[in-house]
Design a protein around this ligand. Structure first.
Ligand code: ATP
Ligand code: MG
Ligand code: FE
Length: 339
């Protein structure tokens, strides 16, 4: 079976072909990061227009890469939500038009389910049930996954997502957008142990997160070192970056540990852009070793937005999940538990 996947929820046009025998046989990604960089964040209208320009050439390139004719596809999967309405509409319109033209079914996919299933594309795949830590630019949540499509959110951020906190703190530090990976790199040269940051909401029971306070905490530290000479300032900035990253990672760890205890699960899946963070991966590996459990990740290129995870989710939901008709519907807000 072969599924074409189209991702366009935000600022990445991602196209892939999943083959049930061979795995991912085409993977094309165009990131709009440069386009949005001068605005310090994603400009929705520009994002939609760029998806219009890029998606069809990427589909052509994918079919060529997979050496695959449209006739040999079984279905076209696309991101139906959540995300930016204009960006979603572009991907959905193209998917549904091709579905009509090629006489193939279309399958609307939940973007976060795509992230969550991405580790299944690796050799080491998690078996159900498992706990999923979804850490991305727009979401931070703990999900009890008892089977395909059976997702119970047991904890989530009440304000900023972890990736958002990384990006906002990086912006305050003057790093380019999206600053998460740059802040992580800066943290490597720092020493965060002297002035640790708080671990928000860990002093009370529950599995929810709050990351917006850490950004304010970082801002105050950064402004306080404004008058230092340049060399000293650089070091203090690296120290702040590390203390910030330690706090985010430690907080995620504390809540994962709690959630594993609560669910009794021994498998942990980590997905979404922040799962690319090396410090987070190292710390979770240590934790799961201590708990005699296992941790699963997607490879780096499938951590952030991509078409491979959408094609794979489409494969999982075929044929039951195909759209009833050719009308174009997207859901900018769509709780994962509503699938
Ligand atoms: P969502 O999936 O919730 O709709 P999104 O699609 O924008 O949001 P992703 O593409 O999954 O999010 O992830 C992007 C986020 O991951 C950004 O906030 C980025 O800064 C963050 N990120 C990527 N690499 C790293 C890293 N190494 N360390 C920390 N954060 C990172
Ligand atoms: Mg992105
Ligand atoms: Fe995403």
């Amino acid at each position: 079976m072969r599924i074409l996947g189209i991702e366009s929820s935000c600022d990445e046009s991602g196209i892939a072909v999943y083959d049930s025998e061979k795995g991912i046989i085409a993977h094309q990604l165009y990131s709009q990061v440069k386009l949005h960089q001068e605005y310090g964040g994603v400009v929705p209208e520009l994002a939609s227009r760029d998806h219009v320009r890029k998606i069809i050439p990427l589909i052509k390139a994918s079919l060529k890469q997979a050496n695959c004719q449209p006739e040999s596809l079984n279905a076209i999967a696309y991101t139906q939500g959540p995300g930016l309405i204009g960006a979603l509409l572009v991907g959905a319109s193209i998917a549904k038009s091709l579905a009509v033209a090629w006489n193939k079914p279309a399958i609307g996919i939940h973007h976060l389910e795509g992230h969550l299933l991405a580790p299944m594309l690796e050799d080491k795949q998690p078996e159900f049930p498992f706990l999923a830590l979804l850490v991305s630019g727009g979401h931070t949540m703990l999900v009890s996954v008892s089977g395909l499509g059976e997702y119970q959110i047991i904890g989530e951020s009440i304000d900023d997502a972890a990736g958002e906190a990384f990006d906002k703190t990086a912006k305050i530090m003057g790093l380019a957008y999206p600053g998460g990976p740059l802040l992580a790199r800066l943290a490597e040269h720092g020493d965060g142990s002297e002035q640790p940051f708080p671990r928000p909401m860990t002093d009370r029971p529950g599995l929810d997160f709050s990351f917006s306070g850490l950004k304010t905490f970082a801002a105050n530290r950064i402004y306080a070192c404004d008058d230092l000479p340049d060399a000293a300032k650089q070091q203090v900035r690296a120290n702040i970056a590390q203390a910030f990253q330690d706090a985010v990672v430690d907080t995620l760890l504390i809540k994962c540990k709690r959630a594993l205890k609560q669910t009794g699960y021994t498998r942990l899946v980590v997905a979404g852009g922040v799962s690319a963070n090396t410090h987070l991966r190292n710390q979770l590996a240590l934790l799961m070793k201590k708990l005699n459990g296992e941790v699963f990740y997607p490879r780096h290129e499938y951590c952030t937005d991509n078409g491979a995870m959408i094609a794979y989710a489409g494969y999982c939901h075929y044929p039951h999940g195909v759209d009833a008709d050719s009308s174009i519907e997207v859901y900018p807000r769509w709780p994962l538990s509503d699938i």
